[in-house]
Design a protein around this ligand. Sequence first.
Ligand SMILES: Nc1ncnc2c1ncn2[C@@H]1O[C@H](COP(=O)(O)OP(=O)(O)OP(=O)(O)O)[C@@H](O)[C@H]1O
Ligand SMILES: [Mg+2]
Length: 460
Amino acid sequence: MSSAKILVVDDDRNLAEVVRMRLESANYEVATAFREKEAIEAVRGQVFELSIVDLQLVGRDGISLMQELHLINPEMPVIILTAHGSIESAVEAMKRGAYSYLTKPFDPRELLLQIERALEKRRLTSEIQRLKGLLEERYDFANIVAKSEKMQRVLEVVSRIAQTESTVYIYGESGTGKELIAKAIHLGSERKDKPFVAINCAALPETLLESELFGHEKGAFTGAVRSTKGLFTEAHEGTIFLDEIGDMPLSIQAKLLRVLQERQFYPVGSGKPVAVDVRVIVATKKELEDEVKSGFFREDLYYRIHVIPIHLPALRERKEDIPLLVEHFLKRFIQQMKKDVKGLTPVAMRRLMLHEWPGNVRELENTIEYAVAMTRQDILTEDLILQTKVPFQKNEMAEDTLKPLKEAKDAFEKGYLIHLLELSEGNVSQAARLAGKYRADFYDLLKKHDLKVDDFKKSN
Ligand SMILES: Nc1ncnc2c1ncn2[C@@H]1O[C@H](COP(=O)(O)OP(=O)(O)OP(=O)(O)O)[C@@H](O)[C@H]1O
Ligand SMILES: [Mg+2]
C-alpha cells in the first residue's frame, strides 16, 4: 500500500515538514499546505487518498476546512491533529466526518498505523461499491442485501478475494445465499465475461456426475452415443461452482483433486488429458470436517478446497437484515405480479422478525411471494403471513399458557418491549417513558432479550 497521495495541512511549517519526511520515508507521496486556501486549491487540483488536518489553524478551524474539503472529495478520509486537551473538539470533528484524530505530540508509528487503516477502509468501501455496482448491472434483482455486520464482513471478504485465483469454500445452511455469493465472486473477478457454470453434486448418480463434470468419449459407456465436453471444459477461463461438494462420491473426489493439482483431467473413456483454466468455488451446508473424520470426504481434497472459507450466517443470527430483505422481495414481487401493494402492517413485520427462519432467506422470499400473490388488500396483514405453509411460532403472549411462570414472564416481557419499540419506532427515550423505566434500565432489558433498537427504526 505505498505511494498513496496524502495532503498535510498545518500552519506550523516545522511540524508539517516533519510529518512530510516521516510519510515520505514510508513511501507515501506527500503535499503540504500551510493555509486553508492552499489546501482547498490542492484538493481541487488533484485526487488525494487521504489528508491530515491540524484542528487549530490560524484564521479558520480545521473542522470547517475539513467539511469544505469533503465537499470537493467526499471519499477522502481525514485524520485530525489536535493539541493536548482539546478532546472535545476532536470528538466533534469525528462526528462531522473525520476518520480519526491524533493528539499532539503523537507517536509517528501511531500516525502511520492510522493512515494504513484509513486507506484500507477507503479501498474496501470503494471495492464493495464497485462489486455492488457490477451486480446491479448484471442482475435485475439489483443487489445483495447486507445490512448486518455479519453480512458486511462477508462482502468485505468477497471483495478482497474476488480478483484472486484462489479456491473458495462457502458454507452455510440451506437458503442463506451461497449461490448468490458464488456468483458475486465470479462477477467481481477478471473472469466475469467468461462462463459461470454451476452443478449440484448431490443431484446426480456417480457415473452421470463424472461424465457431466469431465465429459466422455463416444462409446465410453452404454448410452454414450456422442462425446460431450463436460462442465469443466465449458467453464474454461471462467468459474465452476460445485454445490453440495460434501455429497461428491469418493471416486470423483480423487479426480477433482487431480484437476486442482494439475489443472488437467481425462474425460471418461479417454486417454488424452484435457487442460483447463478454471476457478473453483465449492459450497456445502455444513463444515466438512466431520465428513473427513468419518472417511466420506478425502482429507487431502478438503485442504485443497478449504483455502478461503466463507461462512454465511443463518438468517436468525442476523435478524436486522429482515426488514430490508422484506422490502427487497416486496419490490420484486410487486413488480413481477403487477400488484398494488404498499407494504405490511407493523404486526405482520413483527411476526416476521420473531420467526426463526429455518429455511433462511429463501424461506423469507417464498413467504413474501405467497403473501403478495394472495393478498386482496394493498397492505399485507399478519393473517396472510400466518397462512403460508411456514410453521410460524404461536403468539407467545396470548396462546402459550403452559410454560413455567418464569418463561411465560420473559416471553411476555419480550413481546411487550417489541410492542413499545414498534410504537416509538425505535425511539428509546420515548419507549422507556411509556414503560415507566429509566433509559439505562430499559437498555438492560433490551440487552437481556437481544433486541436491537435499529431493527425498529424506519429504514430510509
Ligand atoms: N443477502 C441476500 N440478499 C438478497 N437476496 C438473497 C440474499 N441471500 C439470499 N438471497 C436470495 O435467496 C434465495 C436463496 O439463495 P441461494 O440460492 O443463493 O442460497 P443457497 O445457500 O445456495 O441455498 P441452498 O443451500 O438451498 O442451495 C435466492 O433467491 C437468493 O437470490
Ligand atoms: Mg444453492
